[in-house]
Design a protein around this ligand. Structure first.
Ligand code: NAD
Length: 350
């Protein structure tokens, strides 16, 4: 294991982020926690569980992110006789990580928690910042806690078994981080190492995750509990993207939705004079390089439903939806947008 970061979070808690050198290294690390543990995976990530450890394997998918799964995790922990100083080890994508950390946060009023992300999205987006939870009453992540993990173990080797669609989903978030970064390092890396990134070279994935996490860390450490608005910038592309996902019946992936939304945010920003047009053009070419379609694709008849979906966006403040626009590299601006500006940014020939 190599140490990547040490991230100070809520109440003096520090999350260590480590990098595994190989799958054997990952297994040894998990085994070293001993018997007072519960490893939680889904049927797709279970291949990365070392043999002989206490474990629970859940069915995969967002629809499993619910109370019943939390109940299963807590019951498994109890049946293994796990004590309060026991460790919940989540091995999986964001669904498994969020649920396991939630269960850890309420088990005996708070047990230890280690996260091993096995999707690119979860590695760069769901490991740091302490958000845990489940979907509830038809809404995403409506029940949960802030409970930073004590340790995150990044194992890029696990990403080789990820379906292409899931890998691209993570790339959408990485590209978003490239624009939010205060410097052009990640942006330049993605331009230069495009082939290696798409070929999933271990070296390229490791560097991409390291740089991407660095950007996320710079936002969350300034706003650990999402109360100052700084962290909201990480929602770049999400308001537009979620609305597209909603009206297209979730046939497009979250990452594709976010990348599309980032493109729309750039267009809207240019149209109202917030975004530097030269920077928007560079950003668009990076998205093109990775094959993310960010063209205006809402037909006029779809706009009422799209607008309604935007209104439901949970990041409303004082009843108002605030969009994340970009002035330039690393310069997010949060602001409401009139319906007309939204229409112009998303409707074909709008
Ligand atoms: N806590 C946070 O800050 C935060 C941030 C972003 C997203 N999230 C949450 O993360 C979830 C999305 O995460 P996700 O995209 O990882 O989804 P996911 O956990 O559903 O994983 C996507 C798919 O990949 C499979 N999979 C996982 N690892 C694999 C591997 N190595 N090889 C093959 N298949 C594998 C899973 O079984 C699943 O089918 C959402 O629920 C979202 O709310 C949380």
């Amino acid at each position: 294991m190599d140490s990547l970061f040490s991230v100070p979070l809520k109440d003096g808690i520090v999350t260590s982020v480590d990098l595994s050198r190989s799958l054997d290294d990952l297994s040894e690390t998990i085994v070293q926690y001993g018997q007072n543990v519960l490893c939680v995976a889904d049927t797709n990530s279970a291949r990365y569980l070392p043999s002989g450890v206490n474990h629970l394997v859940l069915p995969p998918g967002e629809t499993e992110k619910q109370w019943q799964s939390i109940d299963r995790i807590l019951s498994a922990a109890l049946s293994y006789g796990m004590a309060r100083d026991g460790v919940f080890i989540a091995v999986g994508g964001g669904v498994i990580l969020d649920m396991t950390a939630f269960a850890a946060s309420i088990y005996m009023r708070g047990a230890r928690c280690v996260l091993v992300p096995t999707t690119l999205l979860s590695a760069v987006d769901a490991t740091l910042g302490g958000k845990t939870g489940i979907d509830y009453g038809g809404g995403k992540n409506l029940v949960g806690t802030f409970y930073p993990a004590e340790r995150v173990v990044i194992a890029p080797q696990t990403l080789l078994s990820l379906p292409e669609r899931e890998y691209r989903c993570g790339l959408g978030e990485v590209v978003k981080h490239a624009f939010l970064s205060s410097d052009r390092t990640l942006f330049g890396f993605l331009e230069r190492e495009h082939d290696a990134v798409l070929a999933r070279s271990e070296e390229a994935m490791t560097e991409m995750i390291r740089l991407s996490l660095g950007v996320k860390i710079s936002y969350i450490t300034r706003d650990p509990e999402e109360r100052k608005g700084i962290r909201s910038a990480l929602n770049l592309g999400h308001t537009f993207g979620h609305a597209l996902e909603a009206i297209r019946g979730f046939s497009i992936s979250h990452g594709e939705g976010v990348a599309w939304g980032v493109g729309r945010a750039f267009d809207a920003g240019v149209a109202i004079g917030i975004t530097d047009p030269g920077y928007a053009a560079q950003a668009r070419s990076l998205m093109d390089l990775y094959g993310f379609d960010s063209t205006r694709c809402i037909v006029s008849d779809e706009f009422p439903a799209f607008s309604l979906a935007i209104g439901k966006d949970k990041k409303k403040k004082g009843g108002e939806v605030r969009f994340v626009l970009m002035a330039g590299q690393g310069e997010p601006v949060l602001m409401p947008l009139p319906d007309d500006a939204v229409r112009k940014a998303v409707v074909e020939n709008g």
